[in-house]
Design a protein around this ligand. Structure first.
Ligand code: FE2
Length: 395
């Protein structure tokens, strides 16, 4: 049943109005002032308020404002003894449903109440419709976001599976590609690079050698030194990789990294002999991260060196092989993150080590002392890890 709250300091008039309205089937409660009305209405479902404007203490406008907060769905009708047009306009602007002149006839009151109730029903229906619409939009947005996340995850998983297959074909150490991705993004973050560029650089690092799919087994897996023609086949892999993924829209930036990942800061890299800033930043960062992983990973013929040794060696090549700014970022990271990344990705079944007697056992050296190695051997081994030449140490 619709509950009407009557507010007027004229007690006799309120009682008379309440009796008449109850006869018309409304339930009425009453208060003699604005503050008392607010208190009375607390925790009650009031459908319509019929309030005098001028009362001792707070007036009807004050009650209207408070009621909008506490009972936003209640219809509010103001009544005043004065024919004040400004007050009528003001009360409607503040959210009143209607305005009646006192003394109001009961029929006028009932008509005003019926109009207010009809308007209230429409407002409530509109609110329900809007809520339902918003709820549906939220649900659909959530579903769409989940679907997009699943598609993105499926893309990433597909790329990862492809790269793992390539690593396995080349007998790469387990987790090599994922480790290089983590090292690359760590250095990129140290340089202040943020998503989404950070993710694109990570994807470029993951896919860097994807073009090796186009290099024959005879060349890729050849244990001996490559001939000149075999080298030119090998040196095609950045371009093959680039051609493979260049037309995939979300891999545009990674494709540029794939193409440039064998370039060198000072120019003699391949395939385009780019120099300095002409090499995409992602490729410059990858080059440093890949060297770090190559030098610190165990191989069948030698143990990896410590991170401080590898960083020292990369610093030595700053300004020649590597971008000095990237090397600076690498050196600023400290050893802990590298160890954390490598340890989180240790292969469950490590490769068996076959140490050649002449192979340097880097990991047995104190971690902070640079390795005193003959430069030509170290450089040749580092180049072998970078894929620039075959290892000087027989497998
Ligand atoms: Fe490569």
């Amino acid at each position: 049943m619709n509950k009407i709250l009557l507010v007027d300091d004229d007690h006799a008039s309120v009682q008379a109005t309440a009796a008449l309205l109850e006869e018309e089937g409304y339930a009425c409660i009453s208060a003699s002032g604005a503050e008392a009305a607010l208190e009375l209405a607390e925790n009650q479902d009031i459908t319509v308020v019929l309030s005098d404007v001028n009362m001792p203490g707070r007036d009807g406008f004050w009650l209207l404002e408070k009621f909008r907060e506490t009972h936003p769905n209640a219809a509010f009708i103001l009544m005043s003894a004065f024919n004040d047009t400004e007050a009528v306009v003001d009360s409607i602007r503040r959210g009143a449903s209607d305005y009646l002149l006192k003394p109001a006839k009961v029929t006028s009151m009932i008509r005003a109440i019926e109009r207010a109730l009809a308007k209230r029903r429409i407002d409530l229906a509109r609110q329900r419709y809007q809520w339902k619409l918003e709820h549906t939009v939220r649900e659909r947005t959530h579903d769409l976001e989940a679907a997009l996340r699943r598609i993105a995850d499926a893309y990433e998983d597909t790329l990862l599976a492809l790269v793992n297959a390539l690593d396995a074909r080349e007998h790469e150490t387990a987790h090599h590609s994922q480790r290089v991705v983590r090292y690359t993004t760590e250095v990129a973050e140290a340089m202040g690079i943020k998503p989404p560029e950070l993710d694109e650089i990570g994807r470029g690092a993951l896919l860097h050698d994807i073009g090796k799919i186009g290099v024959s087994d005879a060349v890729l897996l050849k244990p001996d030194r490559l001939t000149a023609s075999e080298w030119s086949e090998m040196r095609e892999h950045p371009r093959i990789g680039y051609e493979m993924i260049r037309d995939i829209p979300f891999l545009a930036v990674p494709a540029s990294i794939v193409l440039a990942h064998q370039e060198r800061w000072d120019g003699p890299g391949y395939p385009r002999q780019l120099e300095r800033q002409a090499i995409p930043i992602g490729a410059r960062i990858f080059a440093v991260a890949d060297a770090l992983d190559a030098m610190t990973s165990d191989r069948p013929y030698r143990l990896g060196t410590s991170f401080p040794n590898a960083v020292a060696e990369i610093c030595r090549c700053s300004g020649t092989q590597f971008d000095p700014e990237v090397v600076g970022a690498l050196a600023s990271v400290g050893e802990a993150p590298w160890l954390q990344i490598r340890d989180s990705m240790r292969p469950s079944d490590p490769l068996p080590l076959r140490l050649a007697p002449e192979a340097p056992v880097f990991s047995k050296l104190p971690p902070t002392v640079p390795v005193p190695l003959p430069e030509d051997l170290f450089t040749r081994m580092a180049r072998a890890q970078l894929g620039l030449e075959k290892s000087p140490v027989p497998p």
